[in-house]
Design a protein around this ligand. Structure first.
Ligand code: SF4
Ligand code: SF4
Length: 249
């Protein structure tokens, strides 16, 4: 693969066409590492008719990656079916309209340093050998990856926050707070409405109504709570007389 395929910008082009006639069809949905974004979890648990707690329990593993300061939620492959993705069917992905961001990006991925790269080799992903010419930005739009990224808008800045480096990510209390506040929306909703949360923090009545039903609005509150509890930021306003609290680091 040429060097340029490892450093693409939005205006650059690559060749790609995936279709059922290819020998490699469905092979990329087996034994693959897919990290889910918070919005992926919201979308997939809804598609499956599960709570976020059920979805996380049944279909994901929480992993700590070297060099990452956040616990990551990884889509579990099915050990009883040759490590295929649980959602793979003979015709393809059973939840294609709700597939995760990483599946939308494929065969591309973001580069850590910025820009994009083609991940598989043409020997593995035959769709790279011949097909349509795609500009990177057209591919991202066509696959809904751009829209997903927008819905996950707060994640990148949260994950890049320098204060994350100071956290003991092996601390179970910190892991639980992060997973609950940005991945497990149903557990977070229960926490907000059944704990002293609403007695401690000033929230607009409209926001309280919205978070009862809208996971994406609740997710923004989750980021605010995580920033408040983990970084000590004033991302939430305490009610008069309420204690600061927070998580021991
Ligand atoms: S390996 Fe590439 S061409 Fe083959 S099914 Fe997967 S995405 Fe399509
Ligand atoms: S979610 Fe769908 S597209 Fe993604 S790996 Fe599983 S079957 Fe493949």
């Amino acid at each position: 693969m040429s060097e340029t395929k490892n450093h693409l910008r939005l205006e650059d082009e690559f060749t790609f066409a995936c279709h059922k006639g290819l020998k490699c069809y469905r092979s990329c949905c087996r034994d693959v590492t897919i990290f889910l974004t918070p919005y992926d979890v919201i979308r997939m648990k809804k598609a499956l008719g599960l709570t976020s707690s059920e979805f996380l329990e049944q279909y994901t593993d929480m992993v700590i990656m070297p060099g990452r300061h956040l616990p990551m939620v990884q889509l579990r492959m099915n050990p009883e079916d040759n490590l295929q993705c649980y959602f793979l069917r003979p015709h393809g992905c059973a939840h294609y309209p709700h597939r995760p961001w990483a599946c939308r990006m494929f065969p591309l991925d973001e580069r850590f340093e910025g820009g994009y790269k083609v991940i598989p080799s043409p020997e593995r992903c035959h769709g790279l050998v011949e097909g349509d010419q795609w500009k990177v930005k057209e591919w991202l739009m066509d696959q809904g990856a751009t829209q997903s990224k927008e819905m996950d808008g707060s994640y990148d800045s949260f994950a890049a926050h320098e204060m994350l480096r100071e956290l003991d990510i092996t601390n179970e209390q910190i892991q639980k707070m992060i997973v609950t506040s940005i991945y497990d929306m149903d557990a977070f909703r229960e926490f907000v409405f059944k704990s002293s949360f609403l007695n401690r923090f000033e929230l607009e009545p409209e926001l309280i109504e919205a978070i009862k039903v809208d996971d994406t609005v609740l997710l923004e509150l989750g980021y605010a709570w995580a920033r408040f509890g983990l970084f000590g930021q004033k991302s939430l306003k305490l009610k008069e007389g309420a204690e600061q609290g927070g998580v021991k680091k």
